[in-house]
Design a protein around this ligand. Sequence first.
Ligand SMILES: Cc1cc2nc3c(=O)[nH]c(=O)nc-3n(C[C@H](O)[C@H](O)[C@H](O)COP(=O)(O)OP(=O)(O)OC[C@H]3O[C@@H](n4cnc5c(N)ncnc54)[C@H](O)[C@@H]3O)c2cc1C
Length: 378
Amino acid sequence: MTRVVFLGGGVGGSMVANQLARQLKADVLHGDVDITVINQTPDHVYQPYFLYMAFDQAVPAEAHRPERSVLHPLVKLVVGEAERVDREASQVWMQDGTKISYDFLVIATGSRPAPELIPGLAEGGHIFYTEEGALKLRDALAAFRGGRIVVTVSVPHKCPVAPLEFTLMVRDWLDQRGMESAEVLYTYPIGRLHSLEPVAEWASRVFPTRRIQSQTFFNVESVDAENHTVTSLEGDTVSYDLLVSIPPHVGQPVIQRSGLGDAGGWIPTDRYSLLMEGSENIYVLGDATNLPISKAGSTAHFEADVVSANLINRIRGGRGSVRYDGKVFCFIEAGREEATYIKFDYQHPPQPQPPSSMIHLYKLAFNKMYWLSAAGIL
Ligand SMILES: Cc1cc2nc3c(=O)[nH]c(=O)nc-3n(C[C@H](O)[C@H](O)[C@H](O)COP(=O)(O)OP(=O)(O)OC[C@H]3O[C@@H](n4cnc5c(N)ncnc54)[C@H](O)[C@@H]3O)c2cc1C
Protein backbone atom coordinates (compact mmCIF):
# COMPACT_ATOMS: atom_id res chain seq x y z
CA MET A 1 0.00 0.00 0.00
CA THR A 2 1.20 3.53 -0.81
CA ARG A 3 0.53 5.98 2.03
CA VAL A 4 0.25 9.64 0.99
CA VAL A 5 0.15 12.03 3.93
CA PHE A 6 -0.63 15.75 3.69
CA LEU A 7 0.73 18.09 6.34
CA GLY A 8 -1.70 21.02 6.07
CA GLY A 9 -5.24 20.93 4.71
CA GLY A 10 -5.58 24.48 3.45
CA VAL A 11 -5.67 25.48 -0.22
CA GLY A 12 -2.77 23.39 -1.53
CA GLY A 13 -3.14 20.32 0.68
CA SER A 14 -6.88 19.92 0.12
CA MET A 15 -6.64 20.39 -3.64
CA VAL A 16 -3.98 17.74 -4.13
CA ALA A 17 -5.60 15.26 -1.72
CA ASN A 18 -8.95 15.63 -3.49
CA GLN A 19 -7.44 15.29 -6.96
CA LEU A 20 -5.68 12.10 -5.83
CA ALA A 21 -8.86 10.65 -4.32
CA ARG A 22 -10.84 11.34 -7.49
CA GLN A 23 -8.26 9.93 -9.87
CA LEU A 24 -7.08 7.00 -7.74
CA LYS A 25 -10.53 6.06 -6.50
CA ALA A 26 -10.26 2.40 -7.51
CA ASP A 27 -6.80 2.06 -5.90
CA VAL A 28 -8.05 3.61 -2.64
CA LEU A 29 -11.14 1.39 -2.60
CA HIS A 30 -8.93 -1.64 -3.29
CA GLY A 31 -6.65 -0.77 -0.34
CA ASP A 32 -3.60 -0.03 -2.52
CA VAL A 33 -3.47 3.71 -1.78
CA ASP A 34 -4.21 5.52 1.48
CA ILE A 35 -4.66 9.31 1.60
CA THR A 36 -4.55 11.20 4.92
CA VAL A 37 -4.77 14.94 5.53
CA ILE A 38 -3.48 16.38 8.82
CA ASN A 39 -4.90 19.80 9.66
CA GLN A 40 -4.65 21.61 12.96
CA THR A 41 -8.16 23.05 12.82
CA PRO A 42 -11.46 21.33 12.00
CA ASP A 43 -12.36 24.28 9.73
CA HIS A 44 -11.07 25.19 6.29
CA VAL A 45 -10.74 28.97 6.09
CA TYR A 46 -10.83 30.96 2.84
CA GLN A 47 -8.49 33.83 3.74
CA PRO A 48 -9.22 36.26 0.85
CA TYR A 49 -12.49 37.07 2.62
CA PHE A 50 -10.49 38.79 5.41
CA LEU A 51 -10.01 41.79 3.07
CA TYR A 52 -13.78 42.11 2.65
CA MET A 53 -14.44 41.52 6.37
CA ALA A 54 -12.42 44.66 7.15
CA PHE A 55 -15.00 46.65 5.15
CA ASP A 56 -17.95 44.69 6.55
CA GLN A 57 -18.54 43.22 3.09
CA ALA A 58 -18.17 39.62 4.33
CA VAL A 59 -18.69 37.77 7.60
CA PRO A 60 -16.69 34.84 9.05
CA ALA A 61 -19.39 32.27 8.24
CA GLU A 62 -18.75 32.85 4.50
CA ALA A 63 -15.05 32.06 4.93
CA HIS A 64 -15.43 28.84 6.93
CA ARG A 65 -16.41 25.30 6.01
CA PRO A 66 -15.69 22.12 7.93
CA GLU A 67 -12.54 20.61 6.43
CA ARG A 68 -14.33 17.24 6.41
CA SER A 69 -16.94 18.65 4.01
CA VAL A 70 -14.23 20.06 1.71
CA LEU A 71 -12.41 16.72 1.45
CA HIS A 72 -13.40 13.81 -0.80
CA PRO A 73 -15.03 11.00 1.27
CA LEU A 74 -12.08 8.70 0.49
CA VAL A 75 -9.59 11.10 2.10
CA LYS A 76 -8.96 10.47 5.80
CA LEU A 77 -8.77 13.56 8.02
CA VAL A 78 -6.75 13.86 11.22
CA VAL A 79 -7.48 17.08 13.12
CA GLY A 80 -4.57 18.11 15.32
CA GLU A 81 -1.27 19.92 15.33
CA ALA A 82 1.72 18.11 13.89
CA GLU A 83 4.74 18.44 16.18
CA ARG A 84 7.45 17.47 13.73
CA VAL A 85 8.41 15.47 10.67
CA ASP A 86 10.80 12.59 11.30
CA ARG A 87 12.42 12.04 7.92
CA GLU A 88 14.53 9.08 9.10
CA ALA A 89 11.43 7.14 10.11
CA SER A 90 9.17 8.68 7.38
CA GLN A 91 6.68 9.69 10.06
CA VAL A 92 4.78 12.77 11.16
CA TRP A 93 4.68 13.06 14.96
CA MET A 94 1.51 14.60 16.30
CA GLN A 95 1.34 16.71 19.47
CA ASP A 96 -0.86 14.06 21.10
CA GLY A 97 1.96 11.53 20.72
CA THR A 98 0.59 9.56 17.74
CA LYS A 99 2.79 8.93 14.71
CA ILE A 100 1.57 8.83 11.12
CA SER A 101 3.76 6.98 8.62
CA TYR A 102 4.08 8.00 5.00
CA ASP A 103 5.56 6.85 1.72
CA PHE A 104 4.95 10.27 0.18
CA LEU A 105 4.60 13.43 2.27
CA VAL A 106 3.07 16.63 0.88
CA ILE A 107 3.83 19.73 2.97
CA ALA A 108 1.36 22.59 2.58
CA THR A 109 1.48 24.31 5.96
CA GLY A 110 1.19 27.88 4.63
CA SER A 111 2.67 30.92 6.35
CA ARG A 112 1.80 33.23 9.20
CA PRO A 113 2.10 36.99 9.82
CA ALA A 114 4.66 37.72 12.55
CA PRO A 115 3.78 41.13 14.09
CA GLU A 116 6.04 40.26 17.05
CA LEU A 117 9.05 40.92 14.79
CA ILE A 118 8.26 44.67 14.86
CA PRO A 119 8.23 46.28 18.32
CA GLY A 120 4.94 48.04 19.06
CA LEU A 121 3.14 46.76 15.99
CA ALA A 122 0.74 44.42 17.76
CA GLU A 123 -0.25 47.21 20.17
CA GLY A 124 -0.38 50.11 17.69
CA GLY A 125 -1.39 48.64 14.36
CA HIS A 126 -4.27 46.82 12.71
CA ILE A 127 -3.66 43.63 10.73
CA PHE A 128 -6.33 42.36 8.34
CA TYR A 129 -4.26 39.24 7.51
CA THR A 130 -5.99 37.29 10.28
CA GLU A 131 -9.72 36.92 10.83
CA GLU A 132 -9.50 38.38 14.32
CA GLY A 133 -7.48 41.33 13.00
CA ALA A 134 -9.85 41.95 10.10
CA LEU A 135 -12.84 42.13 12.45
CA LYS A 136 -11.02 44.55 14.80
CA LEU A 137 -10.13 46.70 11.81
CA ARG A 138 -13.77 46.64 10.68
CA ASP A 139 -14.77 48.12 14.05
CA ALA A 140 -11.95 50.67 13.97
CA LEU A 141 -12.95 51.82 10.49
CA ALA A 142 -16.56 52.17 11.61
CA ALA A 143 -15.37 54.46 14.43
CA PHE A 144 -12.93 56.44 12.23
CA ARG A 145 -13.92 60.09 11.90
CA GLY A 146 -11.06 61.48 9.82
CA GLY A 147 -7.33 62.07 9.92
CA ARG A 148 -4.58 59.96 8.41
CA ILE A 149 -4.65 56.24 7.61
CA VAL A 150 -1.17 54.80 7.10
CA VAL A 151 -0.73 51.44 5.36
CA THR A 152 2.70 49.87 5.89
CA VAL A 153 4.02 46.78 4.14
CA SER A 154 6.80 44.48 5.34
CA VAL A 155 8.15 41.57 3.31
CA PRO A 156 7.86 38.70 2.73
CA HIS A 157 4.09 38.42 2.99
CA LYS A 158 1.36 36.33 1.39
CA CYS A 159 -1.03 37.70 -1.23
CA PRO A 160 1.29 40.29 -2.74
CA VAL A 161 -1.51 42.52 -3.96
CA ALA A 162 -3.78 42.64 -0.87
CA PRO A 163 -2.04 45.75 0.57
CA LEU A 164 -2.69 47.63 -2.69
CA GLU A 165 -6.27 46.39 -2.74
CA PHE A 166 -6.83 47.54 0.83
CA THR A 167 -5.33 50.97 0.07
CA LEU A 168 -7.52 51.54 -2.99
CA MET A 169 -10.62 50.23 -1.22
CA VAL A 170 -10.10 52.31 1.91
CA ARG A 171 -9.78 55.50 -0.19
CA ASP A 172 -13.09 54.65 -1.80
CA TRP A 173 -14.62 53.81 1.58
CA LEU A 174 -13.57 57.19 3.04
CA ASP A 175 -14.85 59.15 0.02
CA GLN A 176 -18.21 57.39 0.17
CA ARG A 177 -18.58 58.48 3.80
CA GLY A 178 -17.80 62.14 3.16
CA MET A 179 -14.22 61.91 4.47
CA GLU A 180 -12.59 63.17 1.25
CA SER A 181 -10.15 65.23 3.31
CA ALA A 182 -8.84 62.20 5.22
CA GLU A 183 -5.37 61.21 4.10
CA VAL A 184 -4.21 57.78 2.96
CA LEU A 185 -0.46 57.08 3.00
CA TYR A 186 0.95 53.79 1.63
CA THR A 187 4.55 52.82 2.40
CA TYR A 188 6.69 50.14 0.75
CA PRO A 189 10.14 48.84 1.72
CA ILE A 190 11.94 49.07 -1.66
CA GLY A 191 12.33 51.94 -4.14
CA ARG A 192 8.96 51.41 -5.86
CA LEU A 193 5.39 50.67 -4.83
CA HIS A 194 5.43 46.90 -5.36
CA SER A 195 7.96 44.11 -5.77
CA LEU A 196 6.57 43.28 -9.24
CA GLU A 197 7.71 46.17 -11.42
CA PRO A 198 4.68 46.36 -13.78
CA VAL A 199 2.37 46.36 -10.75
CA ALA A 200 4.45 49.12 -9.14
CA GLU A 201 4.16 51.18 -12.34
CA TRP A 202 0.42 50.60 -12.45
CA ALA A 203 0.03 51.67 -8.80
CA SER A 204 2.18 54.77 -9.29
CA ARG A 205 -0.15 55.84 -12.14
CA VAL A 206 -3.37 55.10 -10.20
CA PHE A 207 -2.48 56.41 -6.72
CA PRO A 208 -2.28 60.15 -7.64
CA THR A 209 -5.68 59.95 -9.39
CA ARG A 210 -7.16 58.63 -6.11
CA ARG A 211 -5.39 61.11 -3.81
CA ILE A 212 -3.26 58.36 -2.23
CA GLN A 213 0.15 59.42 -0.96
CA SER A 214 3.08 57.03 -0.96
CA GLN A 215 6.52 56.66 0.51
CA THR A 216 9.09 54.14 -0.73
CA PHE A 217 12.24 52.87 1.00
CA PHE A 218 10.23 52.58 4.21
CA ASN A 219 11.20 49.44 6.14
CA VAL A 220 9.11 49.48 9.28
CA GLU A 221 11.35 49.28 12.33
CA SER A 222 9.01 50.09 15.22
CA VAL A 223 5.63 51.49 16.14
CA ASP A 224 5.01 53.89 19.01
CA ALA A 225 1.44 52.99 19.96
CA GLU A 226 1.17 55.77 22.53
CA ASN A 227 2.26 58.61 20.26
CA HIS A 228 0.75 57.10 17.08
CA THR A 229 3.95 57.11 15.03
CA VAL A 230 5.73 54.53 12.93
CA THR A 231 9.47 54.71 12.30
CA SER A 232 11.47 53.14 9.48
CA LEU A 233 14.96 51.63 9.43
CA GLU A 234 15.82 54.50 7.06
CA GLY A 235 15.15 56.94 9.92
CA ASP A 236 11.80 58.40 8.79
CA THR A 237 8.89 58.79 11.22
CA VAL A 238 5.28 59.23 10.12
CA SER A 239 2.27 59.88 12.31
CA TYR A 240 -1.04 58.11 11.95
CA ASP A 241 -4.57 58.17 13.25
CA LEU A 242 -5.15 54.59 12.07
CA LEU A 243 -2.30 52.23 11.22
CA VAL A 244 -2.93 49.23 9.00
CA SER A 245 0.13 47.06 8.76
CA ILE A 246 1.08 43.99 6.78
CA PRO A 247 3.72 42.36 9.03
CA PRO A 248 6.56 40.22 7.70
CA HIS A 249 5.56 36.57 7.36
CA VAL A 250 7.36 33.43 8.47
CA GLY A 251 6.89 29.70 7.91
CA GLN A 252 4.99 27.58 10.41
CA PRO A 253 6.65 26.41 13.67
CA VAL A 254 6.40 22.72 12.66
CA ILE A 255 8.82 23.41 9.80
CA GLN A 256 11.41 24.89 12.15
CA ARG A 257 10.87 22.15 14.73
CA SER A 258 11.54 19.57 12.00
CA GLY A 259 14.70 21.34 10.83
CA LEU A 260 13.29 21.60 7.30
CA GLY A 261 13.28 25.37 6.82
CA ASP A 262 15.69 28.22 6.20
CA ALA A 263 16.00 31.18 8.60
CA GLY A 264 12.48 32.37 7.72
CA GLY A 265 10.98 28.89 8.04
CA TRP A 266 10.62 28.45 4.24
CA ILE A 267 11.38 25.01 2.81
CA PRO A 268 14.07 24.84 0.09
CA THR A 269 12.08 23.51 -2.87
CA ASP A 270 12.94 22.63 -6.47
CA ARG A 271 11.20 25.29 -8.55
CA TYR A 272 10.14 22.84 -11.29
CA SER A 273 9.47 19.47 -9.62
CA LEU A 274 8.25 20.99 -6.29
CA LEU A 275 10.18 18.24 -4.47
CA MET A 276 11.85 19.36 -1.27
CA GLU A 277 15.51 19.82 -2.09
CA GLY A 278 17.42 16.65 -1.27
CA SER A 279 14.27 14.51 -1.07
CA GLU A 280 12.59 12.14 -3.50
CA ASN A 281 9.35 11.63 -1.57
CA ILE A 282 8.50 15.00 0.01
CA TYR A 283 6.63 17.55 -2.11
CA VAL A 284 6.10 21.16 -0.98
CA LEU A 285 3.54 23.63 -2.29
CA GLY A 286 1.86 26.92 -1.48
CA ASP A 287 3.25 29.50 0.92
CA ALA A 288 5.57 26.99 2.63
CA THR A 289 8.15 26.90 -0.22
CA ASN A 290 11.15 29.20 -0.50
CA LEU A 291 10.40 29.85 -4.18
CA PRO A 292 10.86 33.46 -5.32
CA ILE A 293 7.27 33.74 -6.48
CA SER A 294 4.09 35.16 -4.96
CA LYS A 295 2.70 33.41 -1.92
CA ALA A 296 -0.90 33.17 -3.11
CA GLY A 297 -3.79 30.74 -3.21
CA SER A 298 -3.57 30.72 -7.01
CA THR A 299 0.09 29.73 -6.77
CA ALA A 300 -0.91 26.81 -4.53
CA HIS A 301 -3.67 25.95 -7.03
CA PHE A 302 -1.36 25.80 -10.08
CA GLU A 303 1.26 23.94 -8.05
CA ALA A 304 -1.41 21.48 -6.89
CA ASP A 305 -2.00 20.40 -10.50
CA VAL A 306 1.71 19.59 -10.86
CA VAL A 307 2.06 17.77 -7.52
CA SER A 308 -1.09 15.68 -8.13
CA ALA A 309 -0.06 14.75 -11.66
CA ASN A 310 3.40 13.66 -10.48
CA LEU A 311 2.13 11.75 -7.45
CA ILE A 312 -0.47 9.86 -9.48
CA ASN A 313 2.09 9.09 -12.16
CA ARG A 314 4.67 7.86 -9.62
CA ILE A 315 2.15 5.75 -7.71
CA ARG A 316 1.37 4.10 -11.06
CA GLY A 317 5.06 3.43 -11.70
CA GLY A 318 6.11 6.54 -13.66
CA ARG A 319 8.88 9.05 -12.91
CA GLY A 320 6.68 12.12 -12.22
CA SER A 321 8.06 14.49 -14.84
CA VAL A 322 5.48 17.31 -14.96
CA ARG A 323 7.15 20.68 -14.26
CA TYR A 324 5.74 23.79 -12.59
CA ASP A 325 6.23 26.85 -14.79
CA GLY A 326 5.80 29.44 -12.01
CA LYS A 327 2.24 30.34 -13.01
CA VAL A 328 0.38 32.79 -10.74
CA PHE A 329 -2.94 34.62 -11.28
CA CYS A 330 -4.14 37.40 -8.98
CA PHE A 331 -7.21 39.59 -9.11
CA ILE A 332 -6.61 43.12 -7.80
CA GLU A 333 -9.53 45.04 -6.32
CA ALA A 334 -9.09 48.65 -7.47
CA GLY A 335 -11.86 50.36 -5.48
CA ARG A 336 -14.94 52.01 -7.10
CA GLU A 337 -16.28 48.47 -7.59
CA GLU A 338 -13.65 47.78 -10.23
CA ALA A 339 -10.79 45.30 -10.35
CA THR A 340 -7.93 44.29 -12.58
CA TYR A 341 -5.84 41.12 -12.70
CA ILE A 342 -2.31 39.92 -13.34
CA LYS A 343 -1.00 36.59 -14.55
CA PHE A 344 2.63 35.69 -14.89
CA ASP A 345 5.11 32.84 -14.66
CA TYR A 346 8.87 32.26 -14.42
CA GLN A 347 9.33 33.53 -17.99
CA HIS A 348 6.63 36.18 -18.42
CA PRO A 349 6.17 39.28 -16.22
CA PRO A 350 2.66 40.46 -15.28
CA GLN A 351 0.81 43.07 -17.34
CA PRO A 352 -2.00 44.66 -15.26
CA GLN A 353 -5.12 45.11 -17.37
CA PRO A 354 -7.35 48.22 -17.25
CA PRO A 355 -9.68 47.86 -14.22
CA SER A 356 -13.33 47.12 -14.94
CA SER A 357 -16.51 46.34 -13.05
CA MET A 358 -16.69 43.02 -14.93
CA ILE A 359 -13.37 41.85 -13.43
CA HIS A 360 -14.56 42.97 -9.97
CA LEU A 361 -17.72 40.87 -10.39
CA TYR A 362 -15.61 37.95 -11.54
CA LYS A 363 -13.45 38.19 -8.42
CA LEU A 364 -16.57 38.17 -6.23
CA ALA A 365 -17.92 35.19 -8.16
CA PHE A 366 -14.60 33.34 -7.80
CA ASN A 367 -14.72 33.87 -4.04
CA LYS A 368 -17.95 31.89 -4.03
CA MET A 369 -16.66 29.28 -6.49
CA TYR A 370 -13.48 28.74 -4.43
CA TRP A 371 -15.01 25.75 -2.68
CA LEU A 372 -15.23 23.92 -6.01
CA SER A 373 -11.52 24.43 -6.66
CA ALA A 374 -10.66 23.29 -3.12
CA ALA A 375 -12.67 20.15 -3.90
CA GLY A 376 -10.41 19.61 -6.92
CA ILE A 377 -13.32 20.05 -9.35
CA LEU A 378 -12.55 23.52 -10.83
C1 LIG B 1 -6.19 39.01 3.51
C2 LIG B 1 -5.76 37.96 2.53
C3 LIG B 1 -6.18 38.05 1.22
C4 LIG B 1 -5.78 37.11 0.30
N1 LIG B 1 -6.24 37.19 -1.01
C5 LIG B 1 -5.83 36.30 -1.92
C6 LIG B 1 -6.32 36.36 -3.26
O1 LIG B 1 -7.16 37.22 -3.61
N2 LIG B 1 -5.86 35.47 -4.15
C7 LIG B 1 -4.94 34.50 -3.81
O2 LIG B 1 -4.55 33.71 -4.68
N3 LIG B 1 -4.47 34.39 -2.54
C8 LIG B 1 -4.90 35.26 -1.59
N4 LIG B 1 -4.44 35.15 -0.30
C9 LIG B 1 -3.36 34.19 0.03
C10 LIG B 1 -3.83 32.77 0.24
O3 LIG B 1 -4.86 32.69 1.18
C11 LIG B 1 -2.65 31.90 0.68
O4 LIG B 1 -1.54 32.17 -0.13
C12 LIG B 1 -3.04 30.43 0.58
O5 LIG B 1 -4.02 30.11 1.54
C13 LIG B 1 -1.82 29.53 0.75
O6 LIG B 1 -2.22 28.19 0.66
P1 LIG B 1 -1.43 27.05 1.45
O7 LIG B 1 -2.07 25.77 1.09
O8 LIG B 1 0.02 27.22 1.21
O9 LIG B 1 -1.64 27.41 2.99
P2 LIG B 1 -2.99 27.61 3.79
O10 LIG B 1 -4.16 27.72 2.90
O11 LIG B 1 -2.73 28.74 4.74
O12 LIG B 1 -3.15 26.26 4.61
C14 LIG B 1 -2.19 25.85 5.56
C15 LIG B 1 -2.85 24.80 6.44
O13 LIG B 1 -1.86 24.15 7.22
C16 LIG B 1 -2.36 23.91 8.50
N5 LIG B 1 -1.22 23.75 9.41
C17 LIG B 1 -0.19 24.60 9.64
N6 LIG B 1 0.65 24.10 10.56
C18 LIG B 1 0.14 22.89 10.93
C19 LIG B 1 0.56 21.90 11.85
N7 LIG B 1 1.66 22.03 12.59
N8 LIG B 1 -0.21 20.79 11.98
C20 LIG B 1 -1.33 20.63 11.27
N9 LIG B 1 -1.77 21.55 10.37
C21 LIG B 1 -1.04 22.68 10.20
C22 LIG B 1 -3.21 25.15 8.79
O14 LIG B 1 -4.18 24.87 9.78
C23 LIG B 1 -3.85 25.42 7.42
O15 LIG B 1 -5.10 24.79 7.28
C24 LIG B 1 -4.89 36.05 0.68
C25 LIG B 1 -4.48 35.96 2.01
C26 LIG B 1 -4.92 36.89 2.94
C27 LIG B 1 -4.48 36.77 4.36
